[in-house]
Design a protein around this ligand. Sequence first.
Ligand SMILES: Cc1cc2nc3c(=O)[nH]c(=O)nc-3n(C[C@H](O)[C@H](O)[C@H](O)COP(=O)(O)OP(=O)(O)OC[C@H]3O[C@@H](n4cnc5c(N)ncnc54)[C@H](O)[C@@H]3O)c2cc1C
Length: 168
Amino acid sequence: MRIVVAVKNVPDIQSDRAFVEGRVDRVPEDGTLNELDENALEAALRIVEALPEDERAQSEVVAVTMGDEDAEGALKKAFQLGVDRGVLVCDEALAGSDYFATARVLAATVRAIEEEGQVDLVLTGMAALDGLGSVVPALLAAELDLPQLTLAGELVVEPATDGGAPPA
Ligand SMILES: Cc1cc2nc3c(=O)[nH]c(=O)nc-3n(C[C@H](O)[C@H](O)[C@H](O)COP(=O)(O)OP(=O)(O)OC[C@H]3O[C@@H](n4cnc5c(N)ncnc54)[C@H](O)[C@@H]3O)c2cc1C
């Protein structure tokens, strides 16, 4: 099983914010993994942990983030939590991306990962604590043409009983 978890590097929400050239300065010198994304990472790791050993050995949890070089900090935290791989999508052209651009880039990243093998589940946090938009997950699902399950409190994966594909 391959699970992709989208994680965002966010500024410490307690710290002061300022405008730079008409935009909110979000360059998070005090950046950290978005707290709500930890829930998604934990859910992914728990799902893999519960698999039979042979399946677990072939499974991976991939943390993906789009951001500047500092966003590596969010991936480091994800590694500390136990993910197998981290992907940082970083390009000056992405600075100032809105929700749509963010979702499109994340979707392209999931598709690139899928070239290596099936992605069974894509998880996100409920919201990024800096933007609090809760918009990216829905747009990401739309970009990937996948159904979206919102506000999940717990995730349990069971074998499909009808022989069909597992739920996305
Ligand atoms: C017109 C406009 C202009 C903007 N300009 C800027 C700007 O100049 N600079 C700036 O920093 N922001 C800017 N933003 C905000 C930026 O678009 C959002 O930060 C980003 O799209 C994510 O939205 P959010 O923070 O509300 O995330 P939410 O939708 O609340 O995120 C929910 C979940 O989606 C995932 N996710 C969200 N963002 C990422 C990411 N980057 N990588 C991986 N996973 C992610 C995480 O799992 C997260 O928990 C702008 C937004 C708009 C609408």
